[in-house]
Design a protein around this ligand. Structure first.
Ligand code: ZN
Length: 274
């Protein structure tokens, strides 16, 4: 599933393509991908609007338009959003196509169909519930170890569960939670409230480091994620534990293990992460 680095990469690539482009045509091929408003209202409200500078909150892509509207997209498991020439054959799972005034198309493709769009009006009308309750951005300069410590304090839940909670910190998913915990040397199943001050500082640093490094490599692609110009990310080869069960730990050489924490498949080095 695309996480903060992938959505940030998508934002940056669409920032080269969308600002100033007007929507001339809206093809809704699979209406289920339009979450708000109803597909007909979505089509008429979007046609004729002009895109501004793309933004992001957590894993939500925010595409502002004139007239105080914002097209919000969440890719969920397998969404792809990219600008292409209309001559490129449409991929099989293409569900929504916006025809733009320069002749290109913004296409939304989603094999597993969990993702989709909200067209948000003035005063956040129609905004998805998850966007309203999002926690702080981990790469915001104001997000310090004390903010992370406040979220972990007193919690009996596994530290990984708190990292995955979008209300505690926005944008982390299964890949980068595992990678951050490995880099910090913290076992993912530790009760969150049991972490000491030095451990919280290590974890805070590790979260930022792994997200920064992943953005620099344009995110992680296994099989499905592509950026806004339909290119895969390069971070897969930098993963130290995620998807590496049985391979040697890059720090101690013992095999990477896979266990279940917070209901999710979790990769770790049982020796390096205490
Ligand atoms: Zn190790």
């Amino acid at each position: 599933m695309p996480e903060l680095p992938e959505v940030e990469t998508l934002r940056r690539t669409l920032a080269r393509r969308l600002p100033g482009r007007q929507v001339r045509r809206v093809d809704v091929i699979r209406p289920g991908q339009i979450r708000h408003p109803a597909p007909d209202a979505f089509r008429s409200a979007l046609t004729g609007r002009t895109f501004g500078e793309p933004g992001r909150r957590g894993k939500y892509l925010l595409l502002p338009l004139d007239g105080d509207r914002t097209l919000v997209c969440h890719l969920r498991m397998s969404g792809r959003l990219y600008v292409v020439s209309p001559e490129v054959p449409r991929a099989r799972h293409t569900h929504v196509v916006l025809g733009l005034d320069d002749g290109t198309e913004l296409r939304y493709e989603d094999q597993r169909t969990f993702g989709g769009f909200h067209l948000v009006g003035p005063g956040d009308e129609g905004a998805p519930a998850g966007l309203r309750t999002l926690g702080p951005e981990p790469l915001d300069p104001d997000w310090g170890p004390e903010q992370l410590a406040a979220e972990l304090k007193g919690r009996r839940a596994a530290v990984k569960a708190v990292l995955l909670d979008q209300r505690a910190v926005a944008g982390l998913g299964n890949i980068y939670a595992d990678e951050a915990l490995f880099r910090a040397g913290i076992h993912p199943a530790r009760p969150a409230g049991a972490l000491g001050g030095a451990e919280v500082e290590r974890l805070h640093r590790a979260v930022r480091e792994v997200l920064d490094n992943a953005i620099a490599r344009r995110g992680t692609t296994f099989s499905l994620y592509l950026d806004g110009e339909a290119r895969p990310g390069d971070f897969y080869s930098e993963l130290r534990v995620y998807d590496r069960e049985g391979e040697p730990c890059p720090r101690c050489g013992r095999p990477i293990a896979k266990i279940r924490v917070a209901g999710r498949g979790t990769h770790l080095c049982p020796r390096c992460q205490a």
